[in-house]
Ligand binder design. Structure first.
Ligand SMILES: [Zn+2]
Length: 330
């Protein structure tokens, strides 16, 4: 009987492992990346922000934001939340290493500027209809703002209603915002459109077949934890926290800063990500590249830096949201 139970357990296990291999998590920092960003962020909250986060988290989370930071990845394929799938990234046209939320296509630019020779206005009307939003849109519908940058702005605005009667679900807003501030710091979440931010670039990670996006979501982090931190995520987090207070201490203010009257600055984070995607993630990689120590050891510092910046900026954003809210209420 016991043997039989063991056998069925084994079969179940094989089935689960096979499912994991067939449907790898290929979007967003993986579990560890999001956990790390949220852990760092929660340790840096002001009193008023810490209080608000505690109030908004469900009881089951036991005031641990990190325990729920993967939630938006877990629900994005559910019918009820499928609309959120495009909010995890903001890909840019191939080989352009800069992010533009909203720009007119060169074609419409020419038409608009020929309007002075167009007394009837027909051309400038045509210019308007060919106007395209560049990097922050739903790629299938073209709807503006449907990207990680638009989502960070949107959920920040929702959370500003904290403390007053609102139609928004502010618990969901907090979890989405916390997740998306993590995602936007993963360079390949602002990668190129045609390869879906590296998802279509098959590579070998040591002896395993992967895609480049997954290498940046999970493999660099997991290999670092195994090799340098005793397979212990908390040790990696402690090392990052030490860097934030020591080696990077004089840069942290700069990471936290945003334009004077803005609460989040996702355009800045997306611009940095696409630059790093070009300079580090895509550089020297082609289909079936063998990525081993040379790639791992030169890219790990970028991954560690981005996790730190994600955590610091999520905290700064939440501190501004709930600080603003509190001072507005006074
Ligand atoms: Zn995500």
């Amino acid at each position: 009987m016991q043997h039989r139970t063991m056998e069925s357990y084994k079969i179940q296990l094989v089935a689960i492992v096979s499912l994991i291999l067939v449907f790898p998590n290929t979007q967003g920092w993986g579990e560890d990346g999001h956990f790390i960003v949220c852990k760092i962020a929660q340790s840096r909250l002001s009193n008023s922000a810490a209080e608000a986060v505690k109030n908004l988290l469900p009881e089951s989370a036991q005031n641990d934001l990190a325990s729920l930071c993967l939630w938006p990845d877990e629900i994005k394929r559910d019918a009820r939340y499928r609309w959120s799938a495009t909010l995890h990234f903001a890909d840019t046209p191939d080989s352009l290493c800069n992010f533009q939320y909203d720009s007119k296509s060169p074609y419409s630019f020419i038409l608009m500027h020929s309007a002075s020779n167009d007394p009837s206005g027909a051309l400038s009307e045509l210019g308007k209809t060919t106007q395209q939003f560049r990097d922050c849109k739903d790629l299938s519908t073209g709807e503006k703002g449907q990207c990680v940058v638009g989502a960070i702005n949107n959920y920040t605005n929702q959370l500003l209603n904290y403390g007053s009667v609102t139609k928004y679900n502010l618990t969901e807003a907090l979890l989405f915002l916390s997740h998306f501030v993590g995602d936007i710091h993963q360079p390949l979440h602002c990668g190129f459109v045609s390869d879906l931010g590296g998802n279509r670039v098959a590579v070998n990670w040591y002896n395993t077949v992967r895609n480049l996006h997954r290498v940046w979501d999970d493999d660099i982090i997991e290999t670092a934890e195994e090799r340098f931190y005793d397979s212990n995520r908390t040790e990696y987090i402690n090392a990052i926290q030490q860097n934030i207070t020591k080696a990077w201490a004089d840069q942290v203010k700069g990471w936290e800063n945003c334009s004077p009257n803005k609460i989040p600055c996702p355009d800045i984070y997306a611009s940095e990500s696409i630059e790093e995607a070009c300079q580090w993630a895509y550089k020297g990689v082609s289909v079936n590249s063998n990525l081993q120590d040379e790639y791992f050891l030169t890219r790990l510092p970028i991954v560690t830096l981005r996790l730190a910046q994600g955590g610091v900026r999520l905290a700064a954003t939440l501190n501004r949201i709930f600080g603003t809210q509190y001072s507005a209420a006074m």
